[in-house]
Ligand binder design. Structure first.
Ligand code: NZQ
Ligand code: ZN
Length: 394
């Protein structure tokens, strides 16, 4: 095991009706003015936004609002939010939505609290020194952004989707009412479950030593997500399953499933981020579309972990040789994605890149990775291209 540093500053208010507490939670921050940030309409249609505004008014909190965040949140709206927040003297941002809204709020928080162009952080030219405090009312269990250090923004020019990780943006509180996710389309629920699984899988597939307690938590989390994702397939209004998935989403990306490890692999995420940037696909679906190809490509460099995953998570029980067991684990994972109606190749994802586009994806992915990345197997541009090619028709 390796030494680790775990920072989890987020207060969690979890359960039915939890959004009623948002006024008190914000008032406790002692802020002067809040920016309520939200998406393209779901929070308006469900009445959640009105309830949040009502709670802030009741608590005597002054606010302005900015909606319109799209999935794969865009830099132009971030700039708009920064200008609005500076003009209005905003000192706290309340994100009401899913990962895209939370990430956009984090980017606005960086932009207000630091001089210069906020894109510099996502372009990794410099590091942020501060971020406005962020609060969250979560409506989609998926990214874990409600507790994570991550934020992912797409710059329209060149459709570059880039992540910036920094503890500064970890939300101060997250309001999580599983009932709020019951209005999600089945596709978004499935994308969310896939993303949650993948955040733990990225940390799990590594060649460095990890800790037994971390591996056990990770395996339990992955099994729990699969079990409850299946329940939601036939019973989307099941509160307990919604709750299991929502809490798993936070635990999967707040750092707890990586303690003692080397930070994880993250190549599936890097490969997906380029697809999200270029083709605007849903994050979870993009992950499912490339994971199997990534897994088969790196398998021989990380065999013991794939064997353990196959046995402890996917329930592969036969006594074949290790490689066969590992391949059965990969196939079972893809079967699970198919059950969720997730794609397992690029064509099913709805994209059909030309060879030139595959090369462009690999080139951009390698740049974003600083030349290369990977803990299961270190991947460079040529490896990334090989995986994209495999994923075309896998
Ligand atoms: O915009 P609205 O109208 O709200 O609709 C959204 C959107 O269309 C809808 N939705 C959200 N909650 C709903 C709802 N519809 C009905 N009922 C509800 N309760 O769902 C759609 C997708 O929302 P989005 O926020 O884009 O999804 P998600 O939470 O999966 O976020 C994806 C983004 O987060 C990034 C991804 O790359 C992607 O850009 N990630 C962020 C991470 C982080 N900050 O730590 C880590 C992840 O690995 C990921 O990369
Ligand atoms: Zn993710």
């Amino acid at each position: 095991m390796l030494d680790f540093d775990l920072y989890m500053p987020t207060r969690v208010e979890f359960g039915r009706g939890a959004e009623a507490k948002v006024g008190a939670l914000v008032a406790r921050q002692g802020c002067k003015k809040v920016l309520i940030h939200y998406g393209s309409g779901s929070a308006v249609r469900s009445g959640l936004l009105d309830r949040v505004k009502g709670a802030l008014k009741d608590a005597g909190v002054d606010f302005v609002e900015l909606g319109g965040v799209k999935p794969n949140p865009r830099l132009s709206l971030v700039y708009e939010g920064i200008a609005l927040a500076k003009r209005e003297g905003v000192d706290f941002i309340l994100a009401v939505g899913g990962g895209s809204v939370i990430d956009s709020a984090k980017a606005i928080g960086y932009g207000v609290a630091n001089e210069g162009d906020v894109w510099d952080f996502y372009d990794h030219c410099r590091k942020a020194e501060a971020c406005l405090p962020i609060g969250v009312v979560l409506t989609l269990a998926a990214t874990g952004s409600e507790m994570s250090m991550g934020s992912v923004i797409t710059k329209e020019e060149g459709m570059q989707k880039r992540a910036y990780d920094d503890d500064l943006c970890r939300p101060v509180f997250a309001v999580m009412n599983p009932e709020l996710t019951m209005t999600l389309p089945d596709y978004q629920t499935a994308c969310g479950c896939t993303d949650i699984l993948m955040h733990t899988m990225e940390r799990y597939f590594t060649n460095c030593g990890t800790m037994e307690i971390t591996d056990s938590i990770a395996e339990a989390l992955m099994r729990t997500v699969m079990e409850n994702a299946r329940i939601l397939l036939r019973d989307p209004q099941n509160y307990d399953a919604r709750a299991e998935i929502m809490w798993a989403g936070s635990l999967s990306h707040n750092g707890i499933t990586g303690c003692g490890g080397d930070g994880g692999d993250w190549c599936t995420h890097m490969l997906e981020h380029e697809l999200g940037g270029m083709y605007d696909v849903a994050h979870g679906a993009g992950l499912a579309a490339v994971w199997g190809s990534w897994a088969r490509y790196v398998l021989d460099d990380c065999l013991p972990r794939f064997v353990r995953f196959a046995k402890n998570v996917m329930g592969v029980s036969d006594a074949s040789d290790d490689r066969t067991v590992a391949l059965k684990g990969i196939a079972a994972t893809e079967d699970f994605f198919r059950e969720l109606k997730m794609p397992t190749n690029l064509r099913e994802l709805g994209v059909n890149p030309t060879e030139a586009e595959l090369q462009e994806l690999a080139r951009k992915c390698a740049i974003a990775a600083g030349g290369g990345r990977g803990a299961a197997k270190f991947l460079r541009e040529a490896d990334m291209l090989a995986i994209y090619r495999m994923a075309l028709d896998a």
